[in-house]
Design a protein around this ligand. Structure first.
Ligand code: ADP
Ligand code: F6P
Length: 320
């Protein structure tokens, strides 16, 4: 039912956001909708920084990292006065629906705007995979592959110098990137907020392995633990092995998206347009049992996400 829709990217950028924008623009235009790009998330919505998109606007963006719509954090949108300003701007611009690509903070803004009468659809775009109601968030796969490639390189030098490398990966408070990447690079230990850990136990195992000829070690730490330097120092004191810290940082947020990110971004973007075309808003699009689905926005945000406990157990039982 919505004939004129907008799309914005909000919060931290993630590889694959451009693929979502492309899918929304192309699917919307093919249905005869007018599609507007909104720059810098809710900041652009409040300022009316909006432009009309046509099929060519999104040419050649599917392979690009970052977001060509730019992104921003907008403190003003956290209170209802700001949201009301956003509503007024939607009315002024004739926007009858909005697609918001971002994390759970961005979805809360989308929920508030929906409650005022602008149907909004949230699409999960964050490398952290920390959104409760979806098995997958756009950008996660690319970030993990980047982290894996970087750590493989670190391992070459770790090996040459008989060292222990302690590598911090992103994820905000969540350890999804850490566990998967830890398995993929053959880490000796992965430390996350979700699982208990014991540095004495890790150090003892390292000493045992050293006795049996192992010369180098790798420990992956999720940034949410907030103790990467302390962990490296403690391991060095306990084992006598030179331990070096690498914080991978924003390299994990960049780069050309993987096939998985491009395909899911396209499917999710298409699904969002289908919903808005039916006049449906206040939904989050996600992945459940490997299929794209949608769920009530508030219900989705209230869900609790299971951690990868089984995978973590497998990791522990396939190392050292
Ligand atoms: P993410 O979307 O990745 O979780 P943030 O938490 O920084 O990132 O949120 C992005 C933007 O979403 C914020 O700058 C703000 O404009 C909006 N937002 C965040 N939390 C809320 C909230 N509780 N209510 C309304 N808008 C919010
Ligand atoms: O949410 C994505 C993320 O990269 C997190 O992994 C990290 O904690 C945070 O954003 C960093 O945010 P900023 O780029 O604002 O420092």
């Amino acid at each position: 039912m919505a004939r004129r829709i907008g799309i914005l990217t909000s919060g931290g950028d993630a590889p694959g956001m451009n693929a979502v924008v492309r899918a929304v623009a192309r699917a919307g235009l093919q249905r005869g909708m007018e599609v507007c790009g909104i720059r810098r998330g809710y900041v652009g919505l409040l300022n009316g920084d909006v432009f009309e998109m046509d099929e060519r606007t999104v040419s050649g963006v599917i392979q690009r990292g970052g977001t060509f719509l730019y992104t921003a954090r907008c403190p003003e949108f956290r209170n209802m006065e700001g949201v009301k300003k956003g509503y007024d701007m939607c009315k002024k611009l004739g926007l009858e629906g909005l697609v918001v690509v971002g994390g759970d903070g961005s979805f809360r803004g989308a929920g508030d705007l929906s409650s005022l009468g602008i149907p909004c659809i949230g699409i999960p775009g964050t490398i952290d995979n920390d959104i409760q109601c979806t098995e997958y968030t756009i950008g996660y796969d690319t970030a993990m592959n980047t982290a894996m490639e970087m750590i493989d390189k670190i391992c070459d030098t770790t090996q040459s110098h008989d060292r222990c490398s302690v590598v911090e990966v992103m994820g905000r408070k969540a350890g999804y990137i850490a566990v998967n990447v830890g398995i993929a690079v053959g880490a000796e230990a992965v430390i996350t907020l979700e699982e208990p850990y014991d540095l004495n136990e890790i150090a003892d195992k390292m000493m045992q392995a050293k006795k049996h000829g192992k010369t180098h070690f790798l420990i992956v730490v999720a940034e949410g633990v907030g103790q990467t330097d302390v962990i490296a120092r403690t391991i060095q004191e306990m084992t006598g092995m030179e331990s070096r810290v690498t914080v991978l940082g924003h390299v994990q947020r960049g780069g050309s998206p993987t096939v998985r990110d491009r395909v899911l971004a396209t499917e999710m973007g298409y699904h969002a347009v289908e919903l808005l075309d039916q006049g449906i808003g206040n939904r989050i699009v996600g992945l459940k049992d490997g299929k794209v689905y949608d769920i009530d926005l508030q219900e989705g945000l209230a869900m609790k996400k299971e951690f990868l406990h089984n995978r973590y157990e497998i990791l522990k039982k396939t190392t050292f």
